[in-house]
Design a protein around this ligand. Structure first.
Ligand SMILES: Cc1ncc(COP(=O)(O)O)c(C=O)c1O
Length: 350
């Protein structure tokens, strides 16, 4: 069985490194646990840091997380899930008045105030009220709900539209913050400015002081900011690695022989004849991961795969049958591997 290796100390170092940068500028941190399915061993490490919140997009994950920190639901809740949402978390990100009203009803039954962060779309075109359509009347309506606290406003960038955070883009959010605070004579506790794509601005000290919170997932696990995909100096890119075993290693041509039709997934395939190759098959497949989302070590080239097989071109002469090949991961491969029931999790104490 292929295994995902989780390097606990590297994770802890990444958490502390970035949290220190954020705390140095008085910004709070939501550690996002969805990519590692809120694995409690990693949650326990977050619990030992001074990170303020744990955030996840799935109710199932939020329910099982054991922590004293406030839990935040990242995905816009479905109106039908209101009761489960207020039971599973303390804060949720919202953009629909009807859903907020349903959360209010559900919180009333629990006799517990639920906090919301109102999401504003400042151009990325995923969730949130489009900033140009924002009406202060909505805030008035929310403030009239006895079991909802308008905890803050937030935005999400570089997710759907690929919009890179910038001073000009954030000005749209800050303008609305000022409008709300002025009109209602209130202070919004949290202005949540986005995700790992804001790290470049943070490192250059260009992030507005009004952005007092970031929700960080990818950077903690892959040591990368996500606006440009650059590694963050000082952070590990190998908190998670995949180890697969070579189950077949043979000299074969690079071009299939015979008339070519469709592959196992019904797709037309194209090959370039590169002569003979030393080809390896490893024990992980498309059911677990997209082969091209893996980052191979030197001397290993990914050719493709089928549901149960990863097919490689091996130019490093030292590999032999039964050896393990270790891959670094991208966000997509990490998410899928963690979700596959066929991948064993191994915790490494370094
Ligand atoms: C609303 C929201 N905020 C923050 C994050 C974290 O993003 P990233 O992994 O780029 O830090 C995500 C994605 O997981 C998200 O959906």
């Amino acid at each position: 069985m292929a295994s995902i290796h989780i390097h606990l100390k590297r994770f802890e170092r990444n958490l502390r490194f970035l949290t220190n940068l954020l705390h140095a500028e008085d910004r709070s941190v939501m550690a996002v646990s969805k990519v590692f399915l809120a694995d409690q061993k990693l949650i326990d490490i977050i619990n030992q840091t001074d990170i303020e919140y744990i955030a996840d997009s799935r109710i199932e994950n939020l329910r099982k997380i054991q922590t004293d920190k406030p839990k935040v639901m990242l995905r816009i809740p479905a109106i039908s899930e209101a009761k489960e949402v207020v039971e599973a978390c303390d804060i949720s990100l919202n953009s629909e008045l009807k859903t907020i009203e349903a959360l209010n009803q559900a919180s009333k039954l629990k006799n517990k105030v639920h906090k919301i962060i109102l999401m504003i779309d400042i151009g990325d075109l995923r969730e949130g009220i489009f900033y140009q359509n924002f009406e202060l009347d909505l805030v008035k309506k929310i403030r009239n709900l006895s079991f909802i606290e308008l905890y803050g406003i937030g935005t999400n960038l570089t997710c759907y539209g690929g919009v890179i955070p910038s001073k000009e883009t954030y000005e749209k959010l800050i303008y609305l913050k000022d409008q709300i605070e002025l009109k209602f004579n209130m202070t919004l506790k949290v202005i949540s400015g986005g995700n790992s794509s804001a790290i470049q601005m943070l490192k250059r000290h260009e992030l507005s002081p009004f952005i007092n919170n970031l929700r960080i997932g990818e950077a903690f696990v892959l040591g990368r900011e996500t606006a440009y995909g650059y590694p963050v100096e000082g952070m590990a890119d190998d908190v998670f690695t995949l180890k697969t075993e070579i189950v077949e290693l043979k000299e074969k041509p690079s071009y299939p022989e015979g008339e070519l039709g469709l592959d196992a997934f019904g797709k037309k395939v194209h090959f370039i004849d590169r002569g003979m190759m030393k080809r390896a098959i490893c024990n992980v497949g498309k059911q677990d991961v997209d082969p091209f989302d893996l980052i191979p070590p030197e001397g290993v080239e990914i050719l493709g795969g089928s549901s149960d097989h990863l097919i490689l071109n091996i130019t490093n002469p030292h590999y032999k049958l039964g050896d393990h090949i270790e891959f670094k991961l991208t966000y997509g491969s990490l998410l899928r591997l963690m979700t596959s029931p066929y991948i064993r999790r191994v915790y490494e104490e370094l």
